[in-house]
Design a protein around this ligand. Structure first.
Ligand code: SAH
Length: 689
């Protein structure tokens, strides 16, 4: 069977559909899955085990047989825990075929095949009865179907169905209950991930302010959660406006309703300020007493207890539809609305109860400005990054002249407006096929009354004609470069391809800004991120090596081990080598026909485990003016890395180190071979330790 996979082509900047064999999809899914991270989550595993033990004991004490239903069994881990805890029989349901196959093998290997039946179905397809998948209903319901937002993976409809058709009334549930907590905060940093702030430009004829379109100002955004490693956000980056309060709880041992609903709490601000953001996380009680608790609370909530690092469950940032001033002690009402899969929040100043009730619609917010649909939080942050904007301003000032004819190639960029204010005679903005982005560009130009100053060209670079440019040659070609389709740092090299496509329209002494890009690399030891790609071996006494092998096999599928994008400001690491520029891309010339490759080695200057290489791009805007999308600085003797917080970096995990975590004979250098294929725009890499 064949499947179609959509992927951005870095040489055209467009999403293209490739026919792939059916294995491709699932190898990708397994290779990039969170299973390893979950198996390394000691706190989660231990607490599930304790909760399952307690539930089995309670059932046994009542003199009943313990029949377990484990929905979403994955590796079979929770079923094996139940069987070890004395359960009489377990039905382990798993919808994802490769995982169900793995579960069968793991269950067999651990000697539980007579106690655990793996059912490769979605739980809503499971049948009960003498000829069914399950002989009878279960009296213990075990699941781990939660995401950072708790309900995003469909836990509610799954529970609703299970209570109706698959488990007995009054069953035991592990976890027994989940509770969602919220805290109201003000944070310029986080708000800058959701709104565009005005940009100040010092032009020759005075200060100019670039404003964002009013649609954007008033846009309620999208109801998609922004999940984040809150433990990496310093307390100086936000002001707490309320205590932590319980927003709602779900008791999983009773029938669950998944239909849309809302929850309301009264909050008493502890400080005056601008309420902008709801921070949220949850905990799960593994038993009814609440003594076995697994919590996602961030560092300032439980300062004394050591928290477990995990990436499969983080914390949530919700942007309020608009910022709301609050006064200390003056009550406000926070409403959480949810449908089956997602949550969103509204805040109102306390008024009479009936007024509030009448006022709170539960319909989900709809983005009116397009920006929230097109840009992620990092892109908003990047556009609001004043330091970065200053670098572009400085560079533009250096290269622009009063007769400059400027063409900008970048998605949703402020550069055309900057170029105009800095005095370019004519500014063209090249727009590709992305409809939404086009609307955005128009709105921006309109909001700043620049319709007759900045011309938007609706054409792909290859189809640009002299008529589009009013028969003028381009004297300054600018790009950030940034394209919404880019996943890895080098995908923004699409700028180079676009530059090549418009070559015939460039004047002979054209200035290209940036003039070049360079690919940089450093070898790092991660504090925690290594866990997501590291084999687990034995988990709580169960042999899950089959899973490790499966992940390894998927990573090696077609030997296409690739770098993956991660926002490293959320994942502390230290550099073991000095950073090094390894490849340069010269934008003053067209993309060459041949591949660009390089080989070399990075000496290790610090002790530690080389978990992987991190790669990023630096753009050289003009003489002595560069912007880095990766390492900003190494901030201590220990090699602590500070990363650009608005970009994802490329991480290449070394598999050999992962397998030899305990290796005492550490390498002193890492050899690399990197090849940029100009035909595909992709980078292949190989490392030897
Ligand atoms: N229980 C395992 C794995 C949890 S990951 C552990 O705790 O380590 C969740 C798994 O549930 C995934 O493998 C996913 O494919 C599966 N899943 C999610 N919803 C499901 C459903 N309704 N029916 C069957 N499988 C489901």
């Amino acid at each position: 069977m064949k499947t179609f996979c959509g992927r951005a082509n870095p040489t055209t900047g467009a999403i293209e559909w490739f026919e792939e064999d059916e294995n491709y999809d699932y190898h990708q899914e397994i290779a990039r899955s969170r299973y390893a991270d979950m198996l390394h989550d000691k706190d989660r595993n231990m607490k599930y085990y304790q909760g399952i033990h307690a539930a089995v004991s309670r059932v046994k004490e009542r003199g009943e047989k313990a029949i377990v239903l484990d929905i979403g069994t994955g590796t079979g881990l929770l079923s094996m825990m139940a069987a070890s805890a004395g359960a009489d029989f377990c039905y382990a349901v798993e919808v994802f075929k490769p995982m169900a196959d793995a579960a069968v093998k793991i269950v067999e290997k651990n000697g539980f095949h007579d106690k655990i039946k793996v059912i490769n179905k979605h739980s809503t397809e499971v049948t009960v009865g003498p000829a069914g998948d399950m002989q009878c209903r279960a009296n213990i319901l075990v699941t781990e179907l939660f995401d950072t937002e708790l309900i995003g993976e469909g836990a509610l409809p799954t529970y609703e169905h299970a209570h109706r058709y698959l488990v007995e009334e009054g069953c035991e549930a592990v976890p027994h209950r989940a509770t969602v907590y919220v805290q109201l905060v003000e944070s310029r940093r986080m708000w800058s991930w959701n709104k565009l702030f005005p940009v100040h430009v010092e032009a020759e004829d005075g200060e100019k302010i670039i404003v964002s379109p009013s649609e954007m100002e008033n846009c309620p955004g999208v109801p998609s959660v922004c999940d984040i490693q809150l433990n990496q956000l310093p307390s100086s980056d936000f002001t707490i406006l309320s205590d932590v309060v319980t927003m709602f709880s779900v008791d999983f041992s009773k029938p669950v309703r998944s239909a849309s609903t809302s929850y309301r709490v009264q909050l008493e601000p502890v400080k005056p300020g601008k309420a902008q953001i709801v921070l949220s996380w949850w905990d799960i009680d593994m038993d009814p007493s609440g003594r076995i608790k697994c919590t996602m609370a961030p560092y300032w909530v439980n300062p004394t207890s050591a928290s477990q690092w995990r990436d499969h469950w983080m914390q949530c940032v919700y942007f309020l539809p608009k910022e709301e001033p609050v006064l200390q002690g003056q009550q406000v009402t926070l409403t959480a609305c949810r449908d089956e899969y997602s949550l969103w929040y509204k805040l109102q100043r306390a008024r009479r109860e009936e007024e509030n009730k009448a006022d709170v619609g539960v319909e989900s917010p709809v983005c009116r400005c397009q920006a929230h649909l097109l840009w992620n939080r990092a892109r908003f942050g990047q556009l609001n990054d004043q330091h970065r904007t200053r670098q572009y301003l400085k560079a533009l000032m250096e290269v622009l002249k009063t007769d400059s004819v400027c063409l900008c190639v970048s998605d949703g960029s402020l550069l055309p407006v900057l170029a105009h204010y800095l005095g370019a005679k004519q500014v063209h903005l090249e727009k590709r096929r992305l409809r939404g982005d086009l609307i955005n560009a128009y709105k921006y130009v309109k909001a700043n009354n620049l319709e007759d100053k900045i011309k938007i060209i609706e054409a792909h670079p290859e189809s640009l004609t002299s008529a589009h440019l009013e028969d003028q040659k381009i004297s300054v070609l600018v790009g950030e470069p940034f394209f919404t389709t880019s996943l890895l740092p080098w995908h923004n090299l699409y700028f180079w391809y676009a530059r090549t496509a418009v070559s015939s329209h460039l004047s002979s002494n054209v200035t290209v800004l940036p003039q070049s890009a360079s690919l940089h690399m450093v070898i790092v030891e991660f504090q925690d991120l290594w866990r997501i790609r590291s084999p687990c071996g034995i988990c709580e006494g169960f042999d899950v090596q089959t899973m490790d092998d499966m992940i390894k096999n998927s990573l090696n599928f077609r030997e296409s081990k690739e770098a993956e994008p991660h926002p490293l400001w959320e994942y502390p690491c230290k550099s073991l080598s000095d950073p090094q520029g390894i490849l340069t891309f010269d934008f003053t010339k067209p993309v060459p026909q041949y591949c660009l490759s390089t080989e070399g080695s990075l000496n290790l200057v610090r002790k530690g485990t080389s978990h992987g290489a991190v790669l990023w791009m630096e753009y050289h805007l003009a003489a002595d003016i560069s912007v880095s999308t990766g390492l900003m600085k190494i901030s201590s003797e220990k090699g602590t890395c500070d990363w650009n917080p608005h970009c994802k970096q490329a991480v290449y995990f070394f598999s050999s180190v992962m397998e030899l975590e305990t290796l005492s004979d550490l390498p002193s250098a890492v050899k690399y071979a990197i090849k940029f294929d100009t035909k595909t725009g992709e980078i292949a890499m190989d490392f030897k330790l």
